[in-house]
Design a protein around this ligand. Structure first.
Ligand code: BES
Ligand code: MN
Length: 465
């Protein structure tokens, strides 16, 4: 059934690439309110495409706070599995813009790659998913499965309004499972499907050492400096080898099984290339391999640190306050609230006299999610990837977070598998993000194949697992 659909997609490649180009030109940065018109424009473009493609119920799902999701459904396959097809239309900020070789919102094809913010994460895979649905409707007038397309608008800012959307539109979101275009490959050499992600939670803190900045000649050497205090405080969180030193952090984590370690080791992984891709070097608890450290273990990371004078030239100032943004990645079992509490307690306990601490902002976060590798969705997807590539395919956990996977599990009982085509070396969240055209072409084959394969079973069979 998928052959004619694939042929149509291949035939329409240039048209689809033009649609993708138009979507990538919209700077839909969800975290920064100044991009609100672009968020509107991205929604309008997607609503128009889904309507044109012949989907039903095309609409925005507005949960009251945050960015609305774009929704559409086609449920004309009674008795067949119903899948929520997930993608997100928002992107991370393009900063630092000066490091891009071509402007982040002017997609440029070089060496078989599309360079643009959001190319890899995740407008390309999202486009493949939408166009797969459209192609089935165009060529066959129907779909092998029931689909509910859900395109989130604030994944990159921690999904603050998502619970509100689910509460309001719970009935629309009933399904058998979620199939995500976000969450790509964990290898550049073998095909993988995503069966788990780490959770995430974060906070922003302010350290204060005085009521106001001082002249560093008048006060320096005799009074505390907020920048030194924040550095001293933050360096208590890890030891020199990268082992987290926060009491109770991870006390609720599920023990790491030998099976999980074996699964992490099974996916081919080139450590030298992993570090070479971004020019970094190894650091972190030596008791765990790099793959374990990035998928099975929690982290505490500094995302931003500022204070004092950072403009041109010198300024002899004794800064009164300093700030840091911190996020924590959570391994399976860890609750965001417990991680927050452990970190806050540690920070307070390590604060010297005369220094005050304010937790200015946080995002509550979401726990890790996991899907059993024997799930029908996983087995079917692995078989499709093996048939398409002629190579063994692997179920794989990833280190990044996709909050909806945990929120839909918690609120709707839905399992999620990720089937995106992004590769780990494509500079997601960094300057010069790109997506391989070879992955684009691969997606135009594997997505229709997966739909057809899933359509061969009944919903009841699908859920039997
Ligand atoms: N696509 C990523 C998640 C991802 C990254 C999955 C790497 C697998 C491997 C997603 O768009 C993302 O970046 N999520 C954010 C969520 C955060 C802002 C709450 C993340 O992980 O930082
Ligand atoms: Mn992302």
């Amino acid at each position: 059934m998928s052959d004619a659909v694939i042929a149509h997609l291949v035939d329409q490649r240039d048209v689809i690439l033009a649609r993708l180009d138009a979507l990538l030109r919209i700077p839909s940065v969800s975290t920064d309110p100044s991009f609100a018109p672009a968020m509107d424009a991205a929604r309008a473009m997607l609503l128009a495409r889904l309507t044109e493609a012949g989907l039903d119920e095309v609409q925005l799902l507005d949960g009251g706070i945050g960015q609305p999701a774009v929704y559409a459904a086609w449920t004309g396959a009674p008795g067949k599995p119903t899948l929520i097809i997930y993608g997100h239309y928002d992107v991370q900020p393009a900063d630092p813009v000066e490091l891009w070789h071509s402007p982040p919102f002017e997609p440029t094809i070089r060496d078989g790659r599309i360079y643009a913010r959001g190319a890899s994460d995740v407008k390309d895979s999202t486009t493949i998913a939408i166009e797969t649905v459209a192609a089935f409707l165009k060529v066959t007038g129907k779909l092998p499965i029931n689909v509910k397309i859900f395109l989130e608008g604030e994944e990159e800012s921690g999904s603050p309004g998502l619970r509100g959307i689910v509460e309001r539109f719970r009935d629309k979101l009933s399904a058998d499972a979620m199939l995500s275009a976000d969450g790509g490959r964990t290898s550049t050499t073998v095909p993988t499907v995503g069966i788990g992600h780490r959770g995430i939670t974060g906070l922003e803190l302010t350290v204060r050492t005085a009521d106001s900045d001082g002249h560093s000649g008048r006060y320096g050497g005799a009074a505390r400096n907020a920048l030194r205090e924040i550095m001293a405080l933050l360096t208590t969180l890890h030891d020199d080898q990268g082992r987290i030193q926060v009491a109770n952090f991870g006390a609720d984590a599920a023990p790491i099984s030998n099976a999980a370690r074996a699964a992490a080791a099974a996916v081919p992984f080139d450590e030298a290339q992993f570090f070479g891709d971004f020019g970094g070097t190894r650091w972190g608890d030596p008791a765990y391999t790099v793959r374990e450290a990035t998928t099975l273990r929690p982290t505490i990371e500094f995302n931003g640190l500022w204070g004092g004078y950072t403009g041109a030239g010198a300024k002899t100032v004794l800064p009164a306050e300093a700030h840091a943004k911190i996020t924590m990645r959570l391994s399976p079992g860890m609750s965001p609230a417990n991680a927050q509490a452990a970190l806050r307690a540690h920070l307070c306990a390590h604060l010297p006299k005369g220094v005050t601490l304010e937790i200015a902002e946080e995002f509550g976060g979401t726990p890790s999610n996991s899907l059993h590798e024997e799930h029908r969705l996983v087995r079917t997807a692995l078989a499709v990837l093996e048939a398409a590539s002629g190579q063994p395919a692997f179920p794989s956990r990833a280190g990044g977070s996709i909050p909806i996977t945990a929120i839909f599990k918690e609120m709707l009982g839905l399992d999620a598998m990720t089937f995106g085509l992004a590769m780990p070396d494509e500079g997601a969240h960094a300057p010069n993000e790109f997506f391989r055209l070879s992955s684009f072409d691969e997606g135009l084959r594997t997505w229709p194949m997966l739909f057809s394969a899933l359509g061969e079973m009944s919903a009841e069979e699908f859920n039997r697992s």
